[in-house]
Design a protein around this ligand. Structure first.
Ligand code: SF4
Length: 396
């Protein structure tokens, strides 16, 4: 679907690259939009294959009119894997696992199914009349035409699960919501969901990521400003981050900032040898991080706060204040004592903790006359903390 426009677009930008402009790196975004070849990385083909399986499985379910049916799943999976000979054996297993999960956990909402792999476009007119075409392909679009509520469900094949609160801020979903609003005038609200077939989990679990026309109008106004600045910029700002690994400019002679991020996002470990390398890297990086932080602290002490990047996504180095409420145990006991008629007996073990590192505690704990009284009530407690230490070394 494409909305009608008066002028031809000066820029056509896919949702992925728009997210680069908005929240990652404008310089990298420019390179991607200009079609500079990006580096190939393992996860890309795997993600595409999982998406393709999901789309073809949806088509099959829609065709037979059933919410779930795995009789064709094997054939669909075989076709998808045949189309992606570049996948390693391990990636093929991963795609097959995720496909199995999809068949086990996915129930198609036939009543509201609108489409899968739904391609939408919107021609956004900037304040000076130039037009930018935004495009996106939605994994799954559901429409409740009575309530006027559309649901966008994006399938994620990656390992990380974001917190619920991140879904409403997800720029990909928000951009899709804009495309839905501008292409489907009957829609009054758009719900965003991320689906992780690897875990059979749909996010958000508790809250709702919901956008109204008003939210999307404000987002569109923001896009207008950002895209105008992007088109007019003589040089685009380079902001390094985890995304550098996907950037066509990640070469020393193309982007000097790439070096600041290189090597910090390795792929998952698949062999004992790789673990040896990874373990050593962790130890060295921890030591290096202490030194880097000490240098950064010295700089901020001398020059004041310093921002990395700009706008709302800037990371500011400073002595940030953390506020929390402090309450002396004796004050809490006094409040409980004075209000016993109101709150009754309270679980003191849950409310008060004993600080075992203080001198006052240690004097009591090792008091000759009290030692056995403490020994009698002490409970051994064992917890595990992931990390590294030398055999026999003290716990921190
Ligand atoms: S390598 Fe990183 S910092 Fe440099 S342009 Fe690419 S994304 Fe931006």
């Amino acid at each position: 679907m494409t909305t009608a426009t008066a002028a031809p677009p000066v820029l056509v930008v896919r949702q992925t690259y728009l997210t680069w402009i908005l929240s990652k790196c404008p310089k990298g975004a420019k390179a991607l939009i200009d079609g500079k070849p990006g580096p190939s990385y393992g996860g890309a083909a795997r993600g595409t294959a999982v998406h393709e399986f999901f789309a073809r499985y949806n088509e099959w379910l829609y065709k037979i009119g059933r919410p779930t049916d795995w009789t064709q799943a094997g054939t669909i999976l075989r076709d998808v894997l045949t189309d992606h000979p570049e996948l390693t054996a391990e990636e093929r297993d991963d795609v097959a696992d995720q496909a199995r999960r999809i068949c086990d956990t996915y129930l198609m909402d036939l009543e509201h199914f609108y489409g899968s792999e739904e391609h939408l476009e919107y021609d956004l007119t900037l304040t000076d009349g130039r037009v930018v075409r935004i495009t996106g392909t939605l994994d799954l679009l559901l429409l409740d035409s009575i309530e006027g509520v559309a649901t966008i469900r994006d399938c994620k094949s990656n390992h990380q699960l974001p917190p619920d609160s991140a879904i409403a801020k997800d720029l990909q979903l928000k951009t899709y919501a804009l495309l839905v609003f501008r292409n489907m005038p009957e829609v009054v609200a758009v719900k965003g969901e991320l689906w992780f077939p690897r875990y059979g989990m749909l996010l958000p679990r508790k809250d709702e990521a919901l956008w109204t026309e008003e939210d999307i109008d404000a987002f569109e106004a923001h896009l207008r400003d950002i895209l105008k600045a992007f088109l007019d910029a003589p040089h685009h700002e380079a902001i390094p981050g985890a995304h550098c690994q996907y950037c066509p400019l990640r070469r020393l002679n193309r982007c000097t900032l790439w070096r600041s991020y290189y090597g910090t996002t390795p792929p998952p470990v698949v062999s004992a040898e790789q673990f040896q390398k990874l373990g050593r890297q962790i130890i060295v990086l921890e030591q290096r991080l202490d030194v880097l932080k000490a240098h950064a602290k010295d700089w901020v002490n001398e020059h004041g706060p310093a921002a990395i990047g700009s706008g709302e996504y800037a990371e500011v180095f400073d002595f940030h204040k953390r506020e929390s409420e402090e309450l002396a145990a004796s004050d809490l006991l006094a409040i409980l004592e004075n209000n016993r008629c109101l709150v009754g007996d309270q679980p003191l073990d849950d409310l008060l903790s004993v600080k075992k590192t203080t001198k006052a505690y240690k004097n009591l704990r090792y008091h000759q006359e009290l030692r056995s009284a403490f020994d009698d009530v002490m409970q051994p407690k064992v917890t595990t903390v992931f990390g590294h230490k030398k055999p026999g070394a003290d716990d921190e």
